[in-house]
Design a binder for this molecule. Structure first.
Ligand SMILES: *Cc1c(COP(=O)(O)O)cnc(C)c1O
Length: 398
């Protein structure tokens, strides 16, 4: 008999669980968008939005999802016919490349596969070969949400700098912002892409681009920038409506105010990162134990190259799909599908799943998911190594 009464849990890698406080902050009628409270609130919100990315430069807010934020980044960096270099470490890297190709930018893709981080040396080699400096930007996904591989952004920055190549460094941090350590200015990131529904704990609906002074300079000549996506008035405008290219996303902004207060002023960004690291290490410990004597395995072998907000793993023989369905039907827990590892029509598609542990998550939520997965494996007769829950508890305790 299913045991689904009680609070269900969406443990997918975005949208993440929104705190009641964030939802309650949004639960009001729309304000005057021309003057008064919302205008004053946003003036104070912008510095906090810069803080959460560890930057003192610029930020633009869009009514958009992550794909819209990609398009904003693309349109402001490039002109039609330009070239980009993209280091792909999973499905989301390829997705960004496709979005860029469709607006007329030629993309050189270095494919690092579906389970490993980018090798900075190969990025440097590609830039050295570009003696005419045709490549305008290097694009990388910080944590690819499909593979859960995490790239070493400072090492990639150092590799770019070692070549003397002037390309911008653009980073998709949609899955990592507010979860993994991320320091835009210290790490020399020129363009940082984010969205509201992952580490920032809001419903989907806001896209963010943080951009450096150097990126702002480049964008003065980018002929792909259309009026809505142009980041200049949003990032540097003086009139309130210019920040949003029209009506402000008033309710999301109230929610964002609440989530930034929780992240920056109450918990503190370093503590938020540390919480995610510990919860991720519990998930990894459980999978390592389940994998003893079986083919259950984490997707990314090296712990240093795993994101802290999402874990991609395999349970072969269709076990992942069966376990996902069992958890949803019998226990009220929804895990993420395996994305980009196999096509939905292929049998191997059922061999992968993802556990989301991003945003408003704590020990009992993540340990609860792992214990529920253990129950599902027992119920379904999926062979698994012993001691996963003890290992997970030990990892999170230590
Ligand atoms: C979720 C995600 C996206 C896509 O965001 P949408 O809001 O679904 O458009 C892009 N990149 C990464 C790394 C993501 O995690």
């Amino acid at each position: 008999m299913p045991i689904t009464t009680g609070r269900s849990y969406l443990a997918i890698p975005g949208p993440s669980v929104s705190p009641e406080r964030v939802l309650n902050a949004m639960h009001r009628t729309a304000p005057n968008i021309y003057e008064g409270e919302i205008v004053d609130m946003v003036r104070e919100l912008i510095p906090d939005l810069l803080r959460v990315a560890e930057t003192r430069q610029n930020v633009a807010i869009y009514i958009a999802n992550g794909h819209g934020a990609w398009e904003a980044a693309n349109c402001n960096m490039f002109s039609r016919g330009d070239r980009a270099l993209l280091a792909a470490t999973g499905r989301f890297g390829h997705g960004w490349a496709e979005w860029l190709q469709r607006v007329g930018v030629a993309v050189d893709i270095i494919d690092f596969g579906k389970a490993s981080p980018a090798d900075p040396q190969r990025i440097a080699d590609a830039l050295r070969a570009d003696t005419g400096h045709d490549i305008k930007a290097v694009l990388v996904t910080h944590v690819d949400t499909a593979s859960s591989a995490r790239n070493d952004i400072p090492a990639i920055r150092a590799a770019i700098d070692s070549t003397g190549h002037p390309a911008l460094l653009a980073v998709d941090a949609i899955a990592s912002l507010g979860c993994d350590e991320l320091r835009m200015d210290d790490w020399g990131i020129d363009v940082l892409v984010g969205a509201s529904q992952k580490g920032l704990m809001l419903p989907p609906g806001l896209g963010f681009i943080w951009f450096s002074e150097k990126a702002l300079e480049v964008s003065q000549r980018a002929d792909l920038a259309t009026p809505y996506w142009d980041w200049k008035p949003r990032g540097t405008g003086t009139e309130f409506w210019q920040y949003f290219g029209g009506t402000a996303p008033t309710h999301h902004l109230w929610g964002l105010r609440e989530s930034l207060t929780m992240i920056l002023d109450e918990e503190g960004l370093p503590q938020v990162w540390e919480r995610h690291r510990r919860l991720a290490s519990a998930v990894w410990a459980a999978f390592d134990a389940w994998g003893q004597g079986t083919n259950i395995a984490l997707n990314v072998a090296d712990p240093a190259s795993r994101g802290w907000s999402v874990t991609s793993a395999t349970i072969p023989g269709g076990g992942a799909g069966a376990l996902r369905r069992w958890l949803e039907a019998e226990a009220g827990v929804t895990l993420g599908i395996g994305l980009g590892m196999a096509l939905p029509a292929e049998p191997a598609y059922q061999d992968f799943l993802r556990v989301g542990h991003m945003g408003h998550v704590n020990m009992h939520m993540t340990l609860g998911v792992l214990a529920t997965m253990e129950a599902g494996m027992q119920a379904l007769g999926i062979a698994h190594g012993p001691g996963a829950l003890e290992a997970a508890a030990g990892a999170v305790a230590g």
